[in-house]
Design a protein around this ligand. Structure first.
Ligand SMILES: NC(=O)c1ccc[n+]([C@@H]2O[C@H](COP(=O)([O-])OP(=O)(O)OC[C@H]3O[C@@H](n4cnc5c(N)ncnc54)[C@H](O)[C@@H]3O)[C@@H](O)[C@H]2O)c1
Length: 453
């Protein structure tokens, strides 16, 4: 099939590459000309495992190309995907300006029948709004092209996006017309050969399903974080409780890990947008508000624990911060818990030595002044970050931080104190190695003596 994907971000780029991999002819339209130039050379502007190899292969096979000209992208396209950003607006509702701008441009340029599919996460009714805008412009131009609207929310996870896209748990197709449903069924058939999990529903139900899914996952995280808070007071280890409840199939093991809060480009903004939708409809979204409030609190807990440990005096303390991206496997810093901690530490006068395998460039840009002033240093090595540190804080659980050489780390640090923001370490083993260990919702274990180093 001939496909156009509009937007070459995390979702658009992965979708374009994966559709091309299945033999479709794809043009990906991106408004940022620098991004288009890099992509056309086969350079991936984001960190996403496996994407670079596929990108280069599909460009070489002539299955995939990039353009900043919408007219080039939609030329002869049977299906046009909209995959542009829908960030939070000032009041927390979804900012639809990018999606609606694309709709207007499509209305001005389309000259043939096609299916327009919204992949961006958008509130219920947006698909209808996009269709109205396109059709009004077509009518004004006396253009008789027939455009059908569908919703196909995306469920890929950054860090495993290619794998998720190629082998999806399910594909949701929201379209009120049989034509759109059939076309998307054909397009997705090769991705669903092992298990047919394509769910067809109305346009509005598909739009809402995406918000409900993200809100539910965010709720699980905030729930376990609240349990962790109670555990901490009761001297109970939340990790025992997690294993205890996760073995119940009705609860399951996913998304019940206590930690320093969720971030990223989806959960925070989608929960906020759903709250605004509920308010708009006169529904009090009590659960969603609590989820958001708990998460905001959770992002501050590591700093509170660090400040308490140093009796409120952080001026001149050296803190090693492991992991900056909002989760492992990505360079995405949007709403990352690390940034809340970093701001608080820098404001309190601490010196921060941070590391991350993928996200240091983004942090260097954002914190250029602190870097210049020597208050923040960045590296890709957890060992460099620990040099002369008074504490180490694990914020993002990258694989390379799971089993480091703790003897080497202890030797490099001034004080062997470890704050585990993701509860990935064995507290008693660390205590045996001379660390004071503090997790989230876990008893404090060990004691610390200044290192000989
Ligand atoms: N990132 C994720 O993990 C994820 C997962 C599922 C769903 N989503 C949803 O998918 C949508 C896109 O998310 P993202 O993370 O890929 O966003 P992103 O910000 O990474 O990418 C959006 C891209 O669209 C481009 N763009 C904006 N307006 C354009 C226009 N008029 N023409 C061409 N290009 C344009 C931007 O320059 C940018 O490169 C959002 O609604 C998001 O909520 C994201």
């Amino acid at each position: 099939m001939r496909i156009c994907v509009i937007g070459a971000g995390y979702v658009g780029l992965v979708s374009a590459v994966c559709f091309a991999e299945m033999g479709n002819r794809v043009v990906c339209v991106e408004r940022d000309p620098f991004r288009v130039a890099r992509l056309s050379r086969g350079e991936v502007p984001i960190y996403e495992p496996g994407l670079d190899v596929s990108l280069k292969a599909q460009i070489a096979n002539d299955q995939l190309s990039f353009s900043s000209d919408l007219a080039v992208g939609i030329n002869q396209a049977q299906i046009i995907f909209i995959a542009v950003g829908t960030p939070s607006g000032e009041d927390g509702s979804a900012d639809l300006s990018h999606v609606l701008a694309v709709a207007d441009e499509l209305g001005e340029r389309l000259d043939h029948d096609c299916l327009v599919v919204n992949k961006s996460t958008v509130p219920v009714g947006t698909g209808e709004q996009v269709a109205r805008r396109i059709n009004t412009a077509l009518a004004r131009r006396q253009q008789r092209a027939r455009v059908v609207l569908a919703s196909n929310p995306e469920f890929l996870k950054e860090g495993s996006a290619v794998e998720d896209f190629m082998r999806p748990d399910r594909v949701i197709v929201g379209c009120d017309e049989e034509y759109g449903q059939q076309l998307l069924k054909r397009l997705y058939a090769p991705f669903l050969r092992n298990h047919d999990r394509l769910l067809c529903m109305g346009l509005r139900a598909a739009e809402f399903s995406k918000y409900a899914a993200n809100a539910f996952l965010a709720t699980k995280i905030s729930f376990i974080n609240e349990m962790a808070g109670i555990c901490a007071r009761l001297g109970v280890d939340i990790e025992d409780v997690r294993r205890g409840i996760g073995s119940d199939k009705r609860i399951g093991t996913h998304f019940i890990y206590a930690g320093c809060g969720y971030g990223g480009s989806c959960f925070p903004k989608d929960v906020r947008a759903l709250i605004r939708t509920a308010e708009h409809e006169g529904i009090e979204p009590g659960i969603l508000r609590a989820v958001e409030a708990r998460n905001a609190l959770q992002k501050t807990l590591l700093f509170q624990a660090i400040r308490e440990h140093f009796n409120g005096h952080l001026q001149g303390r050296v803190v090693a911060l492991w992991g900056l991206a909002f989760k492992p496997g990505t360079d995405d810093l949007r709403e990352a818990p690390s940034l809340v901690l970093l701001d608080a530490l820098l404001n309190a006068g601490a010196r921060v030595q941070a590391c991350d395998p993928a996200a240091i460039d983004g942090v260097a840009k954002r914190y250029a002044r602190a870097v210049e002033a020597g208050q923040l240093s960045l590296s890709d090595s957890p060992y460099t970050a620990c040099q002369g540190a008074d504490a180490v804080v694990l914020v993002t659980e990258w694989k390379q931080y799971r089993q480091p050489d703790f003897a080497r780390i202890r030797g490099a640090m001034r004080m062997p104190v470890l704050f585990d923001g993701r509860n990935i370490y064995d507290a008693s083993q660390l205590a045996e190695q001379g660390f004071l260990y503090r997790g989230i919702g876990r008893p404090v274990v060990g004691s610390c003596k200044a290192s000989a180093a």
